[in-house]
Design a protein around this ligand. Structure first.
Ligand code: GLC
Length: 422
């Protein structure tokens, strides 16, 4: 068996095994979704579900639609969509004791996650051509993107703000350390000091506001996807996407570093920690080509920073906070994750670097073949860490399918147009 065959079989097993179905104590709503991990994450998470839907296209497109429909049931009347939906009440006590979260209502959080949803819906529509599904889901998704613009861009510069680290999806990334008062030395102090920081945040003793580059790149990409799905609103959506890209280029780009950095606080100070966030504007085909080239050649493909044996590490290997082996027991501080690789794979393709994209796909599949269906991986030797049977690691299925199409092994037009090209 090849790596790809083994990983594809394992991915299908995880997608089937993690499926959760039932009737919730939350107003008797029916749920049907893939949880990120039966042991660690039994609920529905916002960006995880969007990734699961893409992977499910390679199993059964009906399941991909169900995943999105289930997620949309959590939407509030004003458009807001929560980052966690805690469908099964029995699992609440354990979760509330373990997670550092704040619930708005008993069944969902008051926080957001990166808006990957629009990209998933475009992928579902490309794969199925199901216009009825589109008519059903577009109004709520447009409503969510409107909510983001109205409620999360207080200074009106086109960049969304997140109000706690989890909203980026990159909970413990060292790029937030200084804002969260994290003590890094010794490594055993990182997780407890993060917990203290979160408690201060929840008590209102700490103000956290970040214009996060990855969140905003995913947001601009989402607006472009919606423009393609919704011709009636395309002009306005494209204008909003262009504004966000322009703000990323004007405010977050650092010419000396040749990379993008998040803006922290009302003073918009650049958080100059080199993480894979810094590379994310690559997913936007409209990114200035000179900057795209610098991101790729000076950083992504740099063997001292991100191009390790099993890329792409969440933190550049040159950063003092880089921890490839999860020693500090806090996530997003060095290991590689399949969801970031999936986005950056398409970013490389969008900027005409198909060879590097193929190599990234190959190494990602090899990493999962070695490390198993884990949550994240050591970028040097592919050891798997964190949750087992982890949901979005199944995005490897999509990378495998995309590579098969591009190498001409088989032709699936629905996957051919998976990403906009320049
Ligand atoms: C962790 C990750 C977050 C993810 C969740 C479920 O909290 O930081 O991004 O959504 O786990 O997988």
């Amino acid at each position: 068996m090849t790596d790809a065959e083994r990983v594809a079989a394992e991915a299908r097993r995880v997608l089937a095994g993690n499926r959760r179905r039932g009737v919730s104590a939350w107003e008797g709503k029916r749920y049907d979704f893939v949880c990120p991990s039966p042991t660690h994450y039994p609920f529905q998470w916002f960006w995880d579900s969007a990734f699961h839907a893409v992977a499910l296209l390679h199993v059964d497109p009906e399941l991909a639609k169900r995943e999105i429909r289930c997620l949309l049931q959590g939407q509030r009347a004003d458009g807001f969509m929560p980052h966690m939906l805690l469908w099964e009440k029995d699992a609440h006590p354990k979760a509330l004791a373990e997670y550092l979260i704040r619930l708005e209502r008993p069944f969902h959080t008051a926080t957001i996650q990166p808006p990957v949803l629009a990209r998933s819906i475009l992928r579902i529509h490309e794969a199925t051509g199901d216009d009825a599904f589109l008519r059903e889901v577009l109004p709520p998704v447009l409503g969510f993107f409107r909510w983001l613009e109205e409620r999360r861009d207080p200074d009106g510069d086109g960049l969304l703000s997140i109000l706690q680290p989890d909203e980026s999806g990159l909970d413990c990334s060292p790029k937030f350390d200084s804002a969260m008062g994290i003590v890094r030395e010794p490594a055993s102090e990182t997780a407890p000091s993060l917990k203290r920081g979160m408690e201060r945040l929840f008590r209102g003793e700490l103000r956290f506001e970040f214009e996060d580059v990855m969140v905003n790149a995913i947001y601009a990409d989402g607006l472009e996807c919606l423009a393609r799905l919704c011709p009636a609103e395309a002009t306005g959506l494209r204008r909003r996407a262009a504004r966000t890209l322009a703000a990323l280029q004007d405010k977050c780009w650092d010419e000396r570093a040749g990379a993008f950095f998040d803006l922290a606080g009302p003073q918009e100070e650049k958080s100059r920690v080199l993480t894979f966030t810094s590379l994310f504007p690559l997913i936007l085909p409209g990114l200035d080509e000179r900057r795209a080239k610098r991101l790729i050649d000076e950083h992504l493909l740099n063997p001292k920073e991100f191009w390790l044996e099993y890329p792409v590490p969440s933190v550049a290997a040159t950063e003092p906070s880089f921890e490839p082996d999860y020693a500090c027991r806090a996530i997003w501080r060095g290991p590689s994750w399949v969801n970031a690789n999936w986005y950056l794979y398409h970013g490389l393709r969008a900027h005409g670097r198909a060879d590097a994209a193929s190599e990234l796909a190959r190494r990602t599949v090899a990493m999962v073949a070695r490390g198993g269906m884990r949550e994240f991986f050591n970028p040097r030797d592919a050891t798997g860490y964190g949750a087992t049977d982890f949901g979005w690691t199944t995005l490897a299925l999509d990378l495998i399918a995309s590579e098969a199409v591009h190498s001409g092994e088989r032709s699936r037009p629905s996957l051919e147009n998976a990403w906009p090209t320049t």
